[in-house]
Write a protein of this length. Structure first.
Length: 371
Protein backbone atom coordinates (compact mmCIF):
# COMPACT_ATOMS: atom_id res chain seq x y z
CA UNK A 1 0.00 0.00 0.00
CA UNK A 2 1.11 3.55 -0.70
CA UNK A 3 1.05 6.61 1.44
CA UNK A 4 -2.28 8.31 2.23
CA UNK A 5 -2.39 11.85 0.81
CA UNK A 6 -5.00 14.59 0.48
CA UNK A 7 -5.13 16.91 -2.52
CA UNK A 8 -7.01 20.20 -2.17
CA UNK A 9 -7.46 21.96 -5.50
CA UNK A 10 -9.18 25.03 -6.87
CA UNK A 11 -9.19 27.37 -9.84
CA UNK A 12 -10.70 30.70 -10.75
CA UNK A 13 -11.31 33.08 -13.61
CA UNK A 14 -11.78 36.83 -13.44
CA UNK A 15 -14.47 37.19 -16.06
CA UNK A 16 -15.36 33.53 -16.74
CA UNK A 17 -13.82 33.26 -19.23
CA UNK A 18 -11.14 35.74 -18.23
CA UNK A 19 -7.73 35.86 -16.61
CA UNK A 20 -7.51 32.43 -14.99
CA UNK A 21 -5.27 30.47 -12.67
CA UNK A 22 -5.20 27.36 -10.52
CA UNK A 23 -3.95 26.49 -7.04
CA UNK A 24 -3.49 23.22 -5.17
CA UNK A 25 -1.93 21.72 -2.06
CA UNK A 26 -1.02 18.18 -1.02
CA UNK A 27 -1.38 17.36 2.68
CA UNK A 28 -0.57 14.55 5.06
CA UNK A 29 -4.06 13.61 6.33
CA UNK A 30 -2.73 12.41 9.67
CA UNK A 31 -1.10 15.71 10.62
CA UNK A 32 -2.73 18.17 8.22
CA UNK A 33 0.71 19.48 7.28
CA UNK A 34 1.29 20.76 3.74
CA UNK A 35 3.72 18.64 1.72
CA UNK A 36 3.47 20.57 -1.54
CA UNK A 37 1.79 23.71 -2.84
CA UNK A 38 1.51 25.02 -6.34
CA UNK A 39 -0.11 27.66 -8.53
CA UNK A 40 0.07 28.81 -12.14
CA UNK A 41 -1.59 31.21 -14.58
CA UNK A 42 -3.68 29.89 -17.47
CA UNK A 43 -4.26 32.91 -19.67
CA UNK A 44 -7.90 33.36 -20.66
CA UNK A 45 -9.99 30.40 -19.49
CA UNK A 46 -13.18 29.48 -17.66
CA UNK A 47 -13.58 28.68 -13.97
CA UNK A 48 -14.18 25.02 -14.76
CA UNK A 49 -11.05 24.71 -16.89
CA UNK A 50 -9.06 26.34 -14.08
CA UNK A 51 -10.54 23.96 -11.49
CA UNK A 52 -9.66 20.93 -13.61
CA UNK A 53 -6.14 22.31 -14.11
CA UNK A 54 -5.71 22.58 -10.34
CA UNK A 55 -6.91 19.00 -9.93
CA UNK A 56 -4.40 17.68 -12.49
CA UNK A 57 -1.52 19.61 -10.91
CA UNK A 58 -2.45 18.31 -7.44
CA UNK A 59 -2.63 14.72 -8.65
CA UNK A 60 0.73 15.00 -10.38
CA UNK A 61 2.28 16.46 -7.22
CA UNK A 62 0.87 13.59 -5.15
CA UNK A 63 2.36 11.19 -7.68
CA UNK A 64 5.74 12.89 -7.26
CA UNK A 65 5.53 12.37 -3.49
CA UNK A 66 4.46 8.72 -3.76
CA UNK A 67 3.82 7.00 -7.08
CA UNK A 68 1.46 4.48 -5.45
CA UNK A 69 -0.33 6.86 -3.06
CA UNK A 70 -3.94 6.55 -1.93
CA UNK A 71 -5.19 10.04 -2.74
CA UNK A 72 -8.36 11.74 -1.53
CA UNK A 73 -9.14 14.80 -3.66
CA UNK A 74 -11.11 17.51 -1.89
CA UNK A 75 -12.64 20.32 -3.96
CA UNK A 76 -15.42 22.87 -3.54
CA UNK A 77 -16.41 22.39 -7.20
CA UNK A 78 -19.46 20.12 -7.16
CA UNK A 79 -19.21 19.88 -10.94
CA UNK A 80 -15.64 18.53 -11.01
CA UNK A 81 -16.23 16.13 -8.11
CA UNK A 82 -19.39 14.68 -9.66
CA UNK A 83 -17.89 14.43 -13.15
CA UNK A 84 -14.68 12.80 -11.96
CA UNK A 85 -16.69 10.40 -9.79
CA UNK A 86 -18.56 9.34 -12.93
CA UNK A 87 -21.99 10.52 -11.79
CA UNK A 88 -22.34 13.50 -14.14
CA UNK A 89 -21.63 13.62 -17.88
CA UNK A 90 -18.96 15.90 -19.30
CA UNK A 91 -20.26 17.80 -22.31
CA UNK A 92 -17.72 20.61 -22.79
CA UNK A 93 -14.77 19.58 -24.99
CA UNK A 94 -12.10 21.42 -22.95
CA UNK A 95 -13.31 19.85 -19.72
CA UNK A 96 -13.56 16.43 -21.37
CA UNK A 97 -9.94 16.69 -22.44
CA UNK A 98 -8.80 17.79 -18.98
CA UNK A 99 -10.87 15.13 -17.26
CA UNK A 100 -9.22 12.51 -19.45
CA UNK A 101 -5.80 13.84 -18.45
CA UNK A 102 -6.76 13.68 -14.76
CA UNK A 103 -8.01 10.12 -15.23
CA UNK A 104 -4.73 9.18 -16.89
CA UNK A 105 -2.82 10.32 -13.79
CA UNK A 106 -5.30 8.52 -11.55
CA UNK A 107 -4.89 5.38 -13.67
CA UNK A 108 -1.11 5.58 -13.29
CA UNK A 109 -1.52 5.77 -9.52
CA UNK A 110 -3.94 2.83 -9.64
CA UNK A 111 -1.62 0.75 -11.80
CA UNK A 112 1.13 1.31 -9.22
CA UNK A 113 -1.15 0.09 -6.41
CA UNK A 114 -2.66 3.39 -5.28
CA UNK A 115 -6.12 4.92 -5.63
CA UNK A 116 -7.94 8.24 -6.13
CA UNK A 117 -11.27 9.23 -4.58
CA UNK A 118 -13.18 12.53 -4.71
CA UNK A 119 -14.90 14.47 -1.92
CA UNK A 120 -16.84 17.73 -2.12
CA UNK A 121 -16.02 20.28 0.59
CA UNK A 122 -17.50 23.74 1.25
CA UNK A 123 -15.57 26.74 -0.01
CA UNK A 124 -14.53 27.86 3.47
CA UNK A 125 -12.63 24.58 3.91
CA UNK A 126 -10.69 25.07 0.68
CA UNK A 127 -9.06 28.40 1.55
CA UNK A 128 -5.45 27.34 0.93
CA UNK A 129 -6.11 26.21 -2.64
CA UNK A 130 -8.34 29.23 -3.25
CA UNK A 131 -5.58 31.62 -2.13
CA UNK A 132 -3.08 29.87 -4.38
CA UNK A 133 -5.45 30.07 -7.35
CA UNK A 134 -5.48 33.84 -6.85
CA UNK A 135 -1.69 33.76 -6.99
CA UNK A 136 -2.06 32.00 -10.32
CA UNK A 137 -4.51 34.60 -11.58
CA UNK A 138 -2.01 37.27 -10.52
CA UNK A 139 0.54 35.67 -12.87
CA UNK A 140 2.62 33.73 -10.32
CA UNK A 141 3.88 30.20 -10.91
CA UNK A 142 4.64 28.27 -7.71
CA UNK A 143 5.97 24.74 -7.35
CA UNK A 144 7.10 24.32 -3.75
CA UNK A 145 7.85 21.00 -2.08
CA UNK A 146 7.71 21.45 1.70
CA UNK A 147 9.61 19.39 4.24
CA UNK A 148 11.19 17.12 1.63
CA UNK A 149 14.79 16.14 1.16
CA UNK A 150 14.89 18.06 -2.10
CA UNK A 151 15.49 21.78 -2.07
CA UNK A 152 12.47 24.04 -1.77
CA UNK A 153 11.70 25.48 -5.17
CA UNK A 154 9.57 28.47 -6.05
CA UNK A 155 9.46 29.81 -9.57
CA UNK A 156 7.70 33.11 -10.14
CA UNK A 157 7.02 34.19 -13.71
CA UNK A 158 4.08 35.74 -15.51
CA UNK A 159 3.69 32.94 -18.07
CA UNK A 160 3.46 33.61 -21.78
CA UNK A 161 -0.30 34.01 -21.83
CA UNK A 162 -0.94 36.14 -18.75
CA UNK A 163 1.44 39.06 -18.43
CA UNK A 164 -0.45 42.37 -18.59
CA UNK A 165 0.74 44.69 -21.36
CA UNK A 166 3.17 47.30 -20.04
CA UNK A 167 1.78 50.79 -20.41
CA UNK A 168 2.14 52.18 -23.89
CA UNK A 169 3.64 49.05 -25.47
CA UNK A 170 0.52 48.06 -27.36
CA UNK A 171 -0.61 44.54 -28.23
CA UNK A 172 1.51 41.50 -27.45
CA UNK A 173 2.35 38.57 -29.74
CA UNK A 174 3.29 35.29 -28.09
CA UNK A 175 5.56 32.66 -29.61
CA UNK A 176 6.18 29.23 -28.12
CA UNK A 177 9.11 27.33 -29.63
CA UNK A 178 8.91 23.56 -29.22
CA UNK A 179 11.76 21.20 -30.00
CA UNK A 180 10.67 17.94 -31.64
CA UNK A 181 10.81 14.60 -29.83
CA UNK A 182 13.74 12.24 -30.31
CA UNK A 183 14.46 9.89 -33.21
CA UNK A 184 16.87 6.98 -33.38
CA UNK A 185 19.39 9.45 -34.84
CA UNK A 186 18.98 11.69 -31.76
CA UNK A 187 19.57 8.75 -29.43
CA UNK A 188 22.63 7.70 -31.44
CA UNK A 189 24.14 11.20 -31.45
CA UNK A 190 23.99 11.63 -35.24
CA UNK A 191 23.77 14.90 -37.14
CA UNK A 192 20.39 15.16 -38.80
CA UNK A 193 19.88 18.20 -41.00
CA UNK A 194 17.39 19.18 -43.66
CA UNK A 195 19.24 17.26 -46.38
CA UNK A 196 19.59 13.97 -44.53
CA UNK A 197 17.65 10.77 -43.97
CA UNK A 198 14.74 12.57 -42.26
CA UNK A 199 13.87 9.85 -39.70
CA UNK A 200 10.56 9.68 -37.85
CA UNK A 201 10.07 9.88 -34.11
CA UNK A 202 10.80 6.73 -32.15
CA UNK A 203 8.63 5.53 -29.26
CA UNK A 204 10.29 7.87 -26.77
CA UNK A 205 9.92 10.75 -29.22
CA UNK A 206 6.21 10.08 -29.63
CA UNK A 207 5.76 10.17 -25.85
CA UNK A 208 7.64 13.47 -25.73
CA UNK A 209 5.45 14.89 -28.50
CA UNK A 210 2.26 14.04 -26.64
CA UNK A 211 3.72 15.39 -23.38
CA UNK A 212 4.52 18.67 -25.16
CA UNK A 213 0.94 18.78 -26.42
CA UNK A 214 -0.45 18.30 -22.92
CA UNK A 215 1.87 20.99 -21.57
CA UNK A 216 0.75 23.46 -24.23
CA UNK A 217 -2.92 22.70 -23.67
CA UNK A 218 -2.38 23.39 -19.98
CA UNK A 219 -0.38 26.54 -20.69
CA UNK A 220 -2.88 27.98 -23.18
CA UNK A 221 -5.91 27.08 -21.08
CA UNK A 222 -8.21 26.99 -24.10
CA UNK A 223 -6.89 30.17 -25.72
CA UNK A 224 -6.50 29.87 -29.52
CA UNK A 225 -3.08 29.39 -31.11
CA UNK A 226 -1.60 28.62 -34.52
CA UNK A 227 0.80 25.71 -34.99
CA UNK A 228 3.67 25.99 -37.48
CA UNK A 229 6.20 23.19 -38.04
CA UNK A 230 9.36 22.66 -40.03
CA UNK A 231 9.06 20.32 -43.00
CA UNK A 232 11.13 17.53 -41.41
CA UNK A 233 9.28 14.40 -40.31
CA UNK A 234 10.14 14.59 -36.61
CA UNK A 235 8.85 18.16 -36.37
CA UNK A 236 5.75 17.43 -38.45
CA UNK A 237 4.90 14.44 -36.23
CA UNK A 238 5.51 16.39 -33.01
CA UNK A 239 3.48 19.28 -34.42
CA UNK A 240 0.58 16.95 -35.22
CA UNK A 241 0.45 15.79 -31.58
CA UNK A 242 0.64 19.38 -30.34
CA UNK A 243 -2.03 20.57 -32.78
CA UNK A 244 -4.39 17.77 -31.76
CA UNK A 245 -3.94 18.65 -28.08
CA UNK A 246 -4.83 22.33 -28.57
CA UNK A 247 -7.38 21.98 -31.36
CA UNK A 248 -5.36 23.55 -34.18
CA UNK A 249 -4.43 22.66 -37.75
CA UNK A 250 -0.65 22.61 -38.30
CA UNK A 251 1.03 24.53 -41.11
CA UNK A 252 4.46 23.72 -42.58
CA UNK A 253 7.17 26.35 -43.13
CA UNK A 254 10.45 24.94 -44.49
CA UNK A 255 12.41 27.91 -43.19
CA UNK A 256 12.14 26.40 -39.70
CA UNK A 257 14.08 23.29 -40.85
CA UNK A 258 17.29 22.26 -39.11
CA UNK A 259 20.62 23.32 -40.67
CA UNK A 260 21.74 21.33 -43.70
CA UNK A 261 24.95 19.53 -42.70
CA UNK A 262 25.79 18.45 -46.24
CA UNK A 263 28.09 15.43 -46.44
CA UNK A 264 27.99 15.11 -42.65
CA UNK A 265 24.24 14.45 -42.44
CA UNK A 266 23.85 11.17 -40.59
CA UNK A 267 27.42 11.21 -39.24
CA UNK A 268 28.12 10.31 -35.61
CA UNK A 269 29.20 13.36 -33.58
CA UNK A 270 31.36 11.03 -31.48
CA UNK A 271 33.19 9.84 -34.59
CA UNK A 272 33.60 13.38 -35.89
CA UNK A 273 35.03 14.54 -32.57
CA UNK A 274 37.59 11.77 -32.87
CA UNK A 275 38.40 11.93 -36.58
CA UNK A 276 37.61 15.53 -37.65
CA UNK A 277 37.97 17.62 -34.51
CA UNK A 278 39.04 20.86 -36.21
CA UNK A 279 36.29 20.75 -38.83
CA UNK A 280 33.69 19.99 -36.16
CA UNK A 281 34.90 22.96 -34.13
CA UNK A 282 34.63 25.15 -37.21
CA UNK A 283 31.06 24.01 -37.82
CA UNK A 284 30.15 25.01 -34.27
CA UNK A 285 32.14 28.23 -33.98
CA UNK A 286 32.46 29.77 -37.46
CA UNK A 287 29.14 31.14 -38.80
CA UNK A 288 30.60 31.15 -42.34
CA UNK A 289 31.70 27.49 -42.32
CA UNK A 290 29.72 24.93 -44.30
CA UNK A 291 30.22 21.29 -45.18
CA UNK A 292 30.18 20.37 -48.90
CA UNK A 293 26.54 20.40 -50.01
CA UNK A 294 25.45 22.02 -46.74
CA UNK A 295 24.73 25.51 -45.45
CA UNK A 296 26.47 27.87 -43.08
CA UNK A 297 25.10 28.94 -39.73
CA UNK A 298 24.66 32.42 -41.22
CA UNK A 299 22.45 31.02 -43.97
CA UNK A 300 20.45 29.07 -41.41
CA UNK A 301 20.01 32.18 -39.28
CA UNK A 302 18.84 34.26 -42.24
CA UNK A 303 15.98 31.91 -43.14
CA UNK A 304 15.00 31.18 -39.52
CA UNK A 305 14.83 34.87 -38.60
CA UNK A 306 12.74 35.55 -41.71
CA UNK A 307 10.32 32.82 -40.58
CA UNK A 308 10.31 34.24 -37.05
CA UNK A 309 9.47 37.70 -38.43
CA UNK A 310 6.49 36.22 -40.29
CA UNK A 311 5.24 34.57 -37.09
CA UNK A 312 5.54 37.82 -35.14
CA UNK A 313 3.86 39.73 -37.94
CA UNK A 314 0.85 37.41 -37.80
CA UNK A 315 0.13 38.44 -34.19
CA UNK A 316 -1.76 36.37 -31.64
CA UNK A 317 -0.16 33.20 -30.29
CA UNK A 318 1.84 30.81 -32.45
CA UNK A 319 3.42 27.50 -31.49
CA UNK A 320 6.46 26.72 -33.67
CA UNK A 321 7.66 23.10 -33.65
CA UNK A 322 11.21 22.94 -34.95
CA UNK A 323 14.79 22.02 -33.98
CA UNK A 324 17.56 22.91 -31.59
CA UNK A 325 19.56 25.22 -33.85
CA UNK A 326 16.57 27.30 -35.04
CA UNK A 327 15.55 27.77 -31.38
CA UNK A 328 19.12 28.84 -30.57
CA UNK A 329 19.06 31.28 -33.51
CA UNK A 330 15.91 33.03 -32.26
CA UNK A 331 17.11 33.24 -28.65
CA UNK A 332 20.56 34.47 -29.69
CA UNK A 333 18.98 37.20 -31.82
CA UNK A 334 16.52 38.29 -29.14
CA UNK A 335 19.06 38.25 -26.30
CA UNK A 336 22.07 39.51 -28.28
CA UNK A 337 24.15 36.41 -27.58
CA UNK A 338 27.31 36.19 -29.73
CA UNK A 339 27.77 33.15 -31.93
CA UNK A 340 30.61 31.67 -29.91
CA UNK A 341 28.33 31.53 -26.84
CA UNK A 342 25.16 30.24 -28.54
CA UNK A 343 25.80 26.59 -27.65
CA UNK A 344 25.27 27.49 -24.00
CA UNK A 345 21.54 27.63 -24.73
CA UNK A 346 19.77 24.37 -23.88
CA UNK A 347 16.75 23.07 -25.80
CA UNK A 348 15.94 19.52 -24.77
CA UNK A 349 13.78 17.26 -26.97
CA UNK A 350 10.12 18.04 -26.36
CA UNK A 351 10.94 21.27 -24.50
CA UNK A 352 9.03 24.57 -24.62
CA UNK A 353 10.52 28.07 -24.88
CA UNK A 354 8.23 31.11 -24.83
CA UNK A 355 8.66 34.71 -25.95
CA UNK A 356 6.48 37.82 -25.81
CA UNK A 357 6.87 40.48 -28.48
CA UNK A 358 5.24 43.84 -27.84
CA UNK A 359 3.97 46.22 -30.50
CA UNK A 360 6.75 48.70 -29.74
CA UNK A 361 9.40 46.02 -30.48
CA UNK A 362 10.17 45.09 -26.88
CA UNK A 363 10.78 41.35 -26.46
CA UNK A 364 10.83 39.30 -23.26
CA UNK A 365 11.68 35.63 -22.79
CA UNK A 366 9.05 34.15 -20.48
CA UNK A 367 10.88 30.83 -20.01
CA UNK A 368 13.23 28.45 -21.81
CA UNK A 369 13.74 24.69 -22.06
CA UNK A 370 10.64 23.79 -20.03
CA UNK A 371 9.95 20.05 -20.18
Amino acid sequence: MGRALVVEADGGSRGNPGVAGWGAVVRDPATGSVLWEGAAPLGKASNNVAEYSGLIAGLRAAQRIDACADVEVRMDSKLVVEQMSGRWKIKHEDMRRLALEARDVAADLGDAGGSVTYTWIPREKNKAADALSNDGMDGRTIDRMVGADEAVEEVVDPGPATAPPPGGRGAVTRVVLVRHGVTDFTDEGRLDGRGGADPSLNETGRRQAHAAGRALAHLLGGAPARVVTSSLARAVETGAAVAEAIGATPEVDRDWDEQDFGDWDGASVHDLARDAEEDLRALREDPAYARPGGETHAQLAARVLAAYARVVGAGGTTVVVCHRKPIMVVLADVLGIPHDKVWRLAAAPGSLTALEVWEDGTVSVAFTNRT
